[in-house]
Ligand binder design. Structure first.
Ligand code: G3P
Length: 218
């Protein structure tokens, strides 16, 4: 399973890369706005920093605008993936981008039917938003299971990229279901490492050795 960081924060990206746990990055307009930075230059900077796929989202909602913005995003670097919303116009853009060998991440997917359309349009990734589904009383993980099953029935190349991840169990359950990628907020990546018994165990080992009064070399 690949881990992408869901952030536009360069410090978080550098830290995650340093940990060897970041295979790619996803951004969206909300995340870039939160950093108070300009749009295209931020995607370009992240794409320079990260060797793997970096998703940058189109802002336009019309086909011509999406195609123009998508081509500009893809032109920034070979690892930029164009993020397009799951609308009829968005999927038309995905079809055109696929013909141009521009990879797309279809975002804002909330149903298996939508995921099927994204795969048929030629998306490289589909992003089901599990947290936002849970927020409205639906099951994000049930949707991941459905999409993995449906994609398994056909020779689609589209990867299931679990988005809107809110806690470590989203990542673990998505992995158990066979999702290809989880895009994870930095806070959740940190949480994945944590277990109170690990911390207690380290403390105990060190205390027991310190009690001997000897050094590492001794
Ligand atoms: O990048 C899209 C997605 O991961 C957003 O997550 O927490 O705003 O629902 P969230």
């Amino acid at each position: 399973m690949q881990f992408f960081l869901d952030t536009a924060n360069l410090r978080e990206i550098e830290t995650g890369l340093g940990w060897g746990m970041v295979d790619g990055v996803t951004t969206n307009p909300t995340l870039i706005a939160k950093e108070g930075k300009s749009y295209l230059p931020t995607v370009a900077e992240i794409a320079r920093l990260v060797p793997g796929p970096v998703s940058g989202e189109v802002l336009a909602t019309d086909l011509a605008g999406m195609l123009d913005e998508g081509r500009r995003l893809a032109g920034l670097a070979p690892n930029v993936v164009v993020k397009v919303p799951l609308t009829p116009v968005g999927l038309s853009a995905v079809r055109s981008f696929a013909a141009e060998k521009i990879r797309c991440n279809v975002t804002l997917c909330f149903s298996a039917a939508q995921a099927l359309l994204a795969a048929k349009a030629g998306a490289a990734y589909v992003s089901p938003f599990v947290g936002r589904l849970d927020d409205v009383g639906e099951s994000g993980m049930r949707l991941i299971g459905e999409i993995v099953e449906i994609y398994g029935n056909y020779p689609f190349d589209t990867q299931v990229l679990v988005a809107s991840v809110r806690h470590p169990m989203h990542v673990v359950e998505a992995a158990a279901l066979g999702a290809d990628v989880a895009t994870i907020p930095f806070k959740v990546l940190e949480q994945l490492y944590r277990h109170p018994l690990t911390d207690a165990g380290v403390e105990r080992f060190l205390a027991d050795w310190a009690a001997t009064g000897r050094r590492f070399e001794d």
